[in-house]
Design a protein around this ligand. Sequence first.
Ligand SMILES: [Zn+2]
Length: 306
Amino acid sequence: MRLTVLLTAVAVTVATTGAATPIVRVDARAFQPGEVMSVTIDSADPAEAPRVTAFGRHAPVFNVPPTTWRALVGIDLDVKPGAYDVTIETGPAEKRVRSVHPVTIIRKVFQTRRLTVAEAYVNPPPEVQARIEAEAARLAELFGAESASRLWTGAFVRPVPDPANSAFGSRSILNGQPRSPHGGTDFLSEAGTPVHAPNGGRVVLVGDLYYTGNTVVIDHGQGLVSLFAHLSAVNVQEGQDVTTGALIGLVGATGRVTGPHLHWTVRLGNARVDPLSLVAIARDGPTIGVATRPPQGPRPRAAATQ
Ligand SMILES: [Zn+2]
């Protein structure tokens, strides 16, 4: 698929003290709801992990040796277009430097699908209501987990080689009733296609869930969680550690689906983001994934009008 590359990284920092300010850049495939931002900080003090705050919550950082730190920040589907600040605090407590990096989130229009389906898809029978609520609560708990250590390395890879449709973020109207937006990406794979771990992590759930069928949830650490749905077979167990490319199961059509495909959901700091934006941007090395500026290129422009 063709990626829309809109790289508007700016490196403006507004220091509140006279101490050394870090150099900050924020990159994204697009600055839109459902995208992952990569915040890279060249700190004057590499020993001290900076604190990154965006959209009202802290984003965990990891070190890119020797003197760089990075955080991944999810722009949730519900983030309204407008101006936001990424706040970075560096240095020891007694002389902390606070810098503010502005980002502008622009509107994204998600498609609306009108589908006519069996009534049970829209209104599950009352006897499964308790099960649905228990499963939703369990998933919410897993998506909200903030495991401290990063378990992913390198870059994220697609779990299957097949193309994805553009269903991420789409709104469905089932039998005339609007549903919550589609929070994952669907890959158009045949039943039986091997599904591989997109990166390292710990398997935190294996189960047969009402909506998602045979489901595997992988915690990649630092608030980054993947869910794979509708599998026909599962090859991992809860508690198991996996590395990039590990076989986790086979594509199927279990749960509430109309046909075989792989559904991959990613939550980042609980934000609903397109897994393909994670594949495009997340790197743990000196470069990032999307149309990076040459390392020796001209100095970034000041974004005075943001
Ligand atoms: Zn799906």
